[in-house]
Design a protein around this ligand. Structure first.
Ligand SMILES: [Zn+2]
Length: 137
């Protein structure tokens, strides 16, 4: 079990974990213990972390803990496996964004949580390296 446990920990930190329903043959995000469509038990599913921008908005006034990050972009990302999820984009200027923009997941520090000193890590999405330039072949 140690190997599996280690894999789970690594997967949770470095990939986007969802759930998969074998009966519907569909992945879900966020993960749920049971399929929202048919109620069947789900299994863990690691998304590729690749997707496209489905829609987005620019946040210019951040809530506590995010104020030093404005402006930032929150997008609905359509994962290549199907589900949509909301996530902050990084490494992109709001003016450069387009609907349908390819993005990939990165793990970033999300915020410092004051008194407890807790640092939360979460996923963000960014354009893949080199997306602005035409493929060189
Ligand atoms: Zn199902």
């Amino acid at each position: 079990m140690d190997g599996a446990r280690q894999w789970r920990t690594r997967a949770a930190r470095y990939s986007l974990l969802g759930a998969y329903c074998g009966r519907c043959d569909k992945p879900e995000f966020p993960p749920r213990p049971r399929c929202p469509r048919c109620g069947h038990e789900t299994t863990e599913f690691a998304f590729s972390g690749r997707g496209t921008v489905y829609s987005y908005s620019v946040v210019r006034q951040g809530p506590d803990g995010f104020a030093d990050q404005v402006p930032y972009v929150v997008a609905l990302v359509a994962l290549e496996e199907g589900p949509l999820l909301a996530a902050q984009l990084t490494d992109v200027e709001p003016g450069e964004l387009r609907i349908g923009q390819p993005v990939e997941m990165v793990t970033r520090r999300l915020r410092d949580d004051g008194p407890q000193g807790t640092v939360l890590y979460s996923y963000k999405f960014r354009p893949p390296r080199g997306w602005q330039t035409a493929p060189s072949g």
